[in-house]
Design a binder for this molecule. Structure first.
Ligand SMILES: [Zn+2]
Ligand SMILES: [Zn+2]
Length: 258
């Protein structure tokens, strides 16, 4: 049976330069749609490594505007204008929380026409304070809820026509909305920035991510957004303090079929 959703981790890392972990990005493919969740530095290169190009992208959902999640938007739009025969044929829809239009206007003040696509080829969709009621696109629906990190931060739940769903937390400290949006999801891609002993405000740890996954009863938990400190400890063991279900530690270009 063909899968409803294919998920590829494009970047499992952070702002810290790494040869193993590119900055935050996930690719979600449903039918003919190809959706990016965040686009940190290195996203376009990882897309090529996964056999895709920027011209095939239909949607980008930003969890928030921190550079490790949004940094490759400008290079991506600039590259889209490069005049070769693979140019974009369908519009690109960009969704994010409150402030997306202001954020993009700021980029346009700096880069001007270098990031402007042809008329009708770029749609901006501001989700304000989150849309618990799903927004419907052609091949999937997306729900979003505010999470505890920055004012515009959202977690997303993407559900395919067949009912399968993937949830992406972006960056967040522990909060009830994470449990709500991840409830019974087939796959939860959850940030786990630092080990339990190095917890910082605004981010999760392996055991906190596990707590969310357990309470939400997810089918599978993928931990990602690893700062280098995570590679010095047994992340899986820390997560097992609170979660007994299927667990994966993200690596770049890892694939999941739901
Ligand atoms: Zn952040
Ligand atoms: Zn981050």
């Amino acid at each position: 049976m063909p899968s409803d959703i294919t998920v590829t981790i494009l970047g499992s890392g952070t702002c810290v330069p790494s040869l193993q972990r590119s900055t935050c990005a996930v690719l979600v493919e449903i039918g003919t749609s190809k959706t990016l969740l965040d686009s940190g530095a290195g996203t376009m290169r990882r897309l090529l490594e996964s056999g895709k190009t920027i011209f095939e992208l239909t949607h980008i959902f930003y969890s928030h505007f921190h550079p490790d999640h949004s940094g490759e938007l400008v290079p991506l739009l600039f590259a889209t204008k490069y005049p070769d025969n693979r140019r974009r044929r369908n519009p690109l829809t960009i969704c994010a929380g409150s402030g997306l239009v202001k954020f993009f206007d700021g980029l346009k003040r700096v880069y001007g026409r270098m990031i402007e696509l042809d008329e009708g080829m770029l749609n901006l969709f501001e989700l304000d304070t989150g849309a618990a009621d799903a927004v419907r696109f052609d091949e999937f629906t997306v729900a979003s809820l505010p999470v505890k990190h920055s004012p515009e931060s959202l977690a997303y739940r993407i559900t395919a026509g067949g009912g399968r769903s993937v949830v992406y937390t972006g960056d967040s400290d522990i909060c009830e909305n994470l449990v709500t949006i991840a409830r019974d999801a087939d796959l939860l891609i959850c940030e786990s920035a630092l080990p339990d002993a190095l917890k910082v405000d605004g981010h999760l740890t392996p055991s906190l991510a596990g707590e969310i996954a357990t309470r939400a009863n997810v089918g599978r938990l993928v931990l990602t957004h690893f700062y280098p400190e995570c590679d010095q400890v047994d992340i899986a063991k820390e997560c097992r303090r609170t979660y007994a279900g299927p667990l994966v530690l993200a690596r770049d270009l890892m694939n999941f079929a739901l």
